[in-house]
Write a protein of this length. Sequence first.
Length: 135
Amino acid sequence: MVKRVEHIGIAVRDLARAEAVYEALLGVGAYKRETVESEQVLTSFFQAGGTKIELLYPLSESSAIHRFLDKRGEGMHHIAFEVEDIREEMARLRRAGFRLLNEEPKRGADNKLICFVHPKSCHSVLIELCQSVDD
């Protein structure tokens, strides 16, 4: 079961410039930068009320974020929903006919297990499921 919108991911070409824009917009600075090697991306997180904004900057040309920027330009990349049990949600969505991009959850930024739902299953919006994990 989905608990809440956990964050909104935004693909950017210049992380420092985007951080300055969102700092001015939200009135607070980024609280965390984190590299996610498996995705070849550098993330920067802002807290906006009960939701986070995640800026996504590609670290290589083979990064999915780099390909996204080349194809669509800067902008919203995904909406992430927090779930209690990611494996249970993945199974539920498969049974309901959704196409998942991951067979198993994988480690993402901000101490999360993540899985993506194909945009073709969600009216062209990439959806991320995420579950908090203890280190």
